[in-house]
Write a protein that binds this ligand. Structure first.
Ligand SMILES: C[S@@+](CC[C@H](N)C(=O)[O-])C[C@H]1O[C@@H](n2cnc3c(N)ncnc32)[C@H](O)[C@@H]1O
Length: 463
């Protein structure tokens, strides 16, 4: 006999029934009368996202992409980038070749440019495809699937039922900690307790087909209930038709970034090493992924209402330039990685969420034990992330653009793998007339409280 649940136990504190509607909610309309306003959020998610946001809110008159804490995001300086590109390169089309979160391309779309996004990572493709397809999404269909309490009934569907006890235990800890001081010892013990079917613990059972995130990452990058919410959302997305499926995955990626038990990325997760770290973790894990997903869907619905259109590709930059037709009067905007940390490692959890391919977990090269961050073995290693290969990688893409007579704009930071003057020289050596502009920006110290000022350069290669 299946156990019956008091579903209210699984509703996060303060969680409300989400009313389905065919248009943006009243709150959404209130918060989005025009460009430039931020999405509505619950108090908990708001304070969490503010606490986790590595950069201050963009001073921009354009809508931002779905928030993802992303290394090298150009959200704060995209107006500076775009005004220089449009004024100096005389173009009305833009290829955002290393799109990431899509901030620059989205800004360009709102300026009326025809935009094609591209990035080698699948999660980035989902984020940008969600932007270009937002006007086709039937949001009411997604909302119906996410209405509570039916959504919470899905948490323990199929193979996910084996995580029920862990969720019960986690809920008890949440409840006790809301009235008494958190018992550090017992929370540490809970976080270290075995997670059924985890590929990082001794186990013989296969990971359930609908519980990848829970088996791999529960009590690591997310709480147990949160992990089940993510798996349930992914399962719902798989059953929706295409634009709705992409929109729900994009909203979930953004929610995962806002709520993860990590600093700003997924290279490693936080542990409850002391009282304040444990309380911080608990606060992150209390947040309902579903609530944040709903806010992100409201944001996407606003993109849809603007009727933005464009295209999105998932190729290496080199393959894109070799295989895709880039129209005349288009400028190719390049914002490649400029440090040696690979995006495929820093955001592996997002990639695994999208691919849902039950990857092998890689070994640490030195200890030969499973890698601390539980990275997937199959990851893309960008030549732009190696000191020995980065100049050649630049040369390759610049030559491909020159062959097609395409104007180019390049963003790059000072004191990175390739000296700024080398980038200008590569442009000139390929027959471009090169202008360089700079702006000073505080870079996130990758989760450390330190922030360092860096010079961000923009190179404009004209024909
Ligand atoms: C600095 S980030 C781009 C940030 C983006 N402009 C934004 O504002 O969010 C660099 C991006 O390049 C992508 N990337 C790295 N190597 C690539 C390659 N060879 N081809 C295409 N994309 C690549 C990474 O996945 C990452 O998303």
């Amino acid at each position: 006999m299946p156990k019956t649940h008091d579903l209210s136990n699984y509703l996060p504190r303060g969680s409300k029934i989400w009313e389905t509607s065919s248009g943006p909610s009243a709150a959404c309309i209130k918060h989005f009368p025009a460009f430039g306003l931020r999405h509505p959020m619950t108090a908990v998610a708001k304070s969490l996202s503010q606490a986790l946001q590595p950069i201050s809110a963009p001073k921009t008159s354009y809508l931002s992409p779905l928030p993802v804490q992303y290394l090298g995001s150009k959200n704060r300086i995209r107006e500076w980038i775009l005004s220089n590109i449009t004024e100096r390169l005389n173009c009305n089309k833009l290829v955002d070749l290393f799109a990431g979160t899509g901030s620059v391309g989205l800004g360009a779309m709102q300026m009326g440019m025809e935009v094609t996004f591209n990035d080698v990572q699948r999660y980035s493709w989902v984020l940008t495809e969600a932007i270009v397809n937002a006007s086709k999404v039937r949001f009411d269909q997604i909302k119906t699937k996410l209405a509570q309490p039916a959504f919470y009934a899905k948490l323990f569907k199929g193979g996910r039922n084996q995580y029920e006890e862990l969720v019960d235990e986690e809920q008890k800890i949440f409840r006790a900690a809301s009235t008494h001081k958190l018992n550090l010892k017992s929370y540490i013990a809970f976080c270290q307790s075995p997670v059924p079917c985890s590929p990082v613990q001794e186990q013989t059972q296969a990971v359930p087909r609908n519980a990848l995130i829970t088996a791999y990452f529960a009590n690591a990058y997310f709480g147990v209930r949160q992990s089940l919410e993510i798996d349930a959302l992914r399962e719902i997305a798989a059953d929706l038709s295409r634009p709705e499926s992409i929109a729900l995955m994009a909203a979930t990626i953004s929610a995962m970034s806002a709520t993860s038990s990590s600093t700003t990325h997924f290279a490693q997760f936080l542990k409850p090493n002391n009282q304040s770290a444990a309380e911080d973790l608990l606060n992150r894990r209390r947040v309902s992924i579903l609530d944040v997903v709903k806010q992100r869907l409201d944001q996407l619905q606003v993109f849809g209402a603007l009727g933005l259109t464009g295209a999105s590709k998932n190729l290496t930059a080199e393959d894109f330039l070799k295989t895709q037709n880039v129209p005349k009067k288009a400028v190719v905007y390049m914002d490649p990685p400029y440090f040696k940390e690979h995006y495929s490692r820093y955001y592996h959890v997002l990639e695994t969420f999208v691919l849902y391919d039950f990857p092998e977990v890689s070994l640490d090269q030195i200890t030969k034990k499973l890698s601390i961050g539980r990275y997937r073995t199959e990851r893309f290693a960008s030549d732009f992330g190696y000191k020995s290969k980065a100049v050649h990688a630049f040369l390759n893409v610049i030559q491909l653009c020159r062959k097609k007579n395409l104007k180019v704009a390049v963003s790059y930071a000072d004191k990175s793998l390739v000296p700024l003057k080398t980038i200008a020289e590569l442009g000139e050596a390929n027959g471009y007339s090169v202008k360089s502009l700079t702006v000073t920006l505080n870079h996130s110290g990758q989760g450390q409280p330190r922030h360092r000022a860096a010079t961000e350069a923009l190179f404009l290669f004209d024909l």
